[in-house]
Design a protein around this ligand. Structure first.
Ligand code: GLA
Length: 674
């Protein structure tokens, strides 16, 4: 079977370079200037039409595609491919006027009005009907257009409106629940409705978790989040299916925003022909490239290593933080190469030309307000020509020996109210575990708990609060078969309906870990507790707990507080593998020491041994065995690195091979062995 990403490659061979292009914001004379500058910058792909609905359908049912034909023809003539949007991300104002019931509603009953964007209820049959008609028009009109390379369905689903509590959504939620549970008895059981007199006697009594006097039912909340992600996915699928029928030769994607809590990326991944991602690390945060790296590893893992697209990143500053720092010289290039290193086949930006009006006029563009003689445009042009020098990177793959486990339902459950600690945040836990792996220079996938784990030497479980039977079995069997696993506290606590697994926390992993937890002992907000790992003293934060060892061995302990002298970190041989367990969140340096110990024990080697801190090294491999070693210097110091074999820098060396490489601050090398 053809991998549908191949259909894209036939249109855009090599690495894709470009961004969101919104020519409707500009007079015609600017369009020809755009084409000239796109050529100059080496742009080969732009996303068009994302917010064009009101312009192509100015009145319901009256379509005006004439101007858009010119946009598409202009691109084709300029040799630029189109990632053509379905234009449904933001309905025109007439929809709200004619059909106010399509406007989304918050949990407190407030309607969200037009005037921004994305003001639609995802379950609205009216919105979906209008969207379907528009998508059909676009599909039929442009399916054979020479510029067309990829469908861009919607835009960042759920970025502003991920849940809707209106009556239409209520009806849809009930149907979703009927499908999931079949009977009211099953639902009552799953939602533990004997608690607080919540038992339902009729489906009509069930509501979304609207504002209630106190904590709404947690299982209802989690199901509502599942439903809400599924409703957005249904919108995507409706458009995708329409286009698949009209233009089976054109692949489809939608841009997934960051690592976005409301949208379950794992359930969406199989519906995308190509994963694409919007990445906005904060230039003012010295660690933001690590958080971005987590997102990139997740994107690569969503479709089992298939290359993915950076659909959006900022050329320099964004407009939506409290303070919007530009990317200093070299950072845009460095971060672009970072995404490529981690498996991306594109560098695309929001947006091509910086807007003159509207809410995003202070968001940087590839062509800034200041025009082509600006630092930003010069850097863009340099990057474009550089990417064109390594077309053979496209399609190569990254493999990992370590996986971090995450699951959206568990994330939703973890961050609900009335828990032992309201301080637990999934992404904090993920990054506390991911950062030391990144620091150790190993390549890491980010996978679902039921993924095939057999290829990994080490699996890290930062905080899998919710574990159903399949997830628990998969992790246990992975270790039994010889895998190494590192799990942190408050994992395996509840089932998929947020009911506690009885039999001693964490019951599904008790045998695997060789221990049980008698009592949770969360720490105050800024509180710390002393810990010792071997003979190394450190501190734990966030959490502590009373661990009762069964067959596990103590590796570290609490040295202060109520649990002083009790185990804090353990290790357990189980089957042919080993399971490590952490009952607190160690300070970063203790965490690094522990992760180092676990990596050594599980036989995981860094990609480039001896690489200094702050230098990222990733290998991309072609099916024919060719390898590219990409090195990124995230520090502000120059570094000299020894290479395992003589290599040439595809970007600078002009074919000369060397066994060392010097990287100035924020510089990049793309190395190939002889
Ligand atoms: C998102 C959207 C874009 C734009 C950028 C600005 O990623 O998809 O339309 O608003 O943010 O950062």
């Amino acid at each position: 079977m053809t991998d549908r990403i191949d259909l894209f490659r036939t249109r855009v061979p090599g690495l894709a370079f470009g961004g969101d292009y919104n020519p409707e914001q500009w007079p015609r004379e600017v369009w020809s200037d755009d084409h000239r500058l796109m050529k100059e910058a080496g742009v080969n792909l732009v996303s068009v039409g994302i917010f064009s609905w009101a312009m192509v359908e100015p009145e319901p049912g009256r379509f005006d595609f004439g101007w858009f034909d010119e946009v598409m023809d202009g691109l084709a003539a300029a040799g630029v491919s189109a990632c053509l949007a379905t234009m449904t991300a933001s309905p025109p104002p007439w929809m709200a006027e004619l059909h106010p019931e399509t406007l989304p509603m918050r949990a407190d009953g407030t309607r969200l009005w037009p005037g921004g964007r994305q003001q639609y209820c995802p379950s609205s049959p009216v919105y979906r009907r209008y969207a379907a008609r528009l998508v059909e028009q676009i599909g039929r009109r442009y399916r054979d257009h020479p510029a067309l390379a990829l469908w861009h369905i919607g835009n960042e689903y759920g970025v502003h409106v991920s849940t809707c509590y209106c009556d239409t959504s209520t009806e849809a939620f009930r149907s979703w629940l009927q499908h999931r549970y079949g009977t009211l008895d099953a639902l009552n059981d799953a939602w533990s409705t004997t608690f607080w007199s919540q038992r339902y006697g009729d489906w009509q009594q069930i509501l979304p978790p609207r504002i209630a006097p106190t904590f709404p039912n947690p299982a209802q909340q989690i199901d509502f989040l599942r439903f809400s992600s599924d409703e957005l996915l249904a919108c995507y699928r409706m458009e995708r299916d329409t286009l698949r029928e009209i233009a089976p030769h054109v692949p489809a994607t939608t841009n997934l925003l960051g690592v976005w809590k409301p949208v379950d990326f794992f359930s969406w991944a199989s519906e995308l022909d190509i994963v694409s991602h919007d990445s906005y690390p904060d230039p003012a945060d010295p660690n933001s490239h690590i958080e971005a790296a987590f997102g990139y590893d997740l994107m690569r893992s969503l479709r089992q290593g298939q290359p993915w697209l950076v659909m959006e990143q900022a050329p320099s500053a964004v407009n939506w933080r409290q303070r919007n720092s530009p990317k200093p010289p070299g950072v845009m290039r460095l971060w672009s190469w970072q995404a490529i290193a981690q498996g991306a086949d594109s560098v695309l930006f929001f947006q091509w030309r910086q807007s003159r009006g509207g809410a995003e006029k202070y968001h940087s563009g590839m062509v800034p307000h200041g025009g082509e003689h600006t630092r930003t445009f010069q850097e863009i042009r340099d990057l474009g020509s550089e990417l064109a020098r390594v077309p053979s990177l496209a399609g190569t793959r990254v493999t990992a020996e370590v996986a971090v486990v995450m699951d959206w339902s568990s994330w939703w459950g973890l961050e609900l109210d009335s828990h032992p600690s309201s301080g637990l945040r999934q992404m904090d836990a993920n990054l506390a575990h991911y950062a030391p792996l990144f620091g150790a220079g190993v390549t890491t996938d980010v996978v679902h708990p039921t993924a095939d784990l057999s290829g990994y030497r080490l699996v890290v479980v930062p905080n899998l609060y919710m574990a159903d039977e399949a997830a628990a079995r998969n992790l246990v069997e992975y270790v039994r078969a010889g895998g190494h696993l590192l799990m942190s506290f408050f994992s395996g606590i509840v089932d998929e309906c947020d009911r506690v697994h009885l039999g001693g926390y964490p019951a599904p992993f008790r045998e695997l870990l060789g221990l049980h937890v008698e009592e949770f002992w969360p720490l105050p907000e800024a509180g710390e507790v002393g810990i010792r790992l071997g003979d190394r003293a450190g501190a734990g934060s966030m959490w502590s707990e009373k661990i009762i060892l069964e067959s596990a061995q103590r590796v570290g302990e609490f040295t202060s507080g109520d649990l002083a002298g009790e185990p804090a970190i353990t290790r357990h041989r189980f089957g042919d593998g080993v399971a490590w367990y952490l009952g607190t969140r160690p300070d970063p340096s203790t965490m690094r020491a522990l992760v180092h110990q676990v990596l050594v024990a599980s036989g995981v080697e860094p990609v480039l041994p001896g690489r200094p801190d702050g230098v990222q090294a990733v290998v991309r491999r072609a099916p024919d065995g060719r390898e590219f070693l990409i090195l990124l210097n995230h520090t502000s110091d120059s570094v000299e690195l020894d290479l395992p074999v003589p290599m040439t820098d595809e970007l600078t060396a002009g074919g000369a091979f060397a066994d060392t490489v010097t990287l100035a601050p924020r510089r990049v090398a793309v190395l190939r062995r002889a």
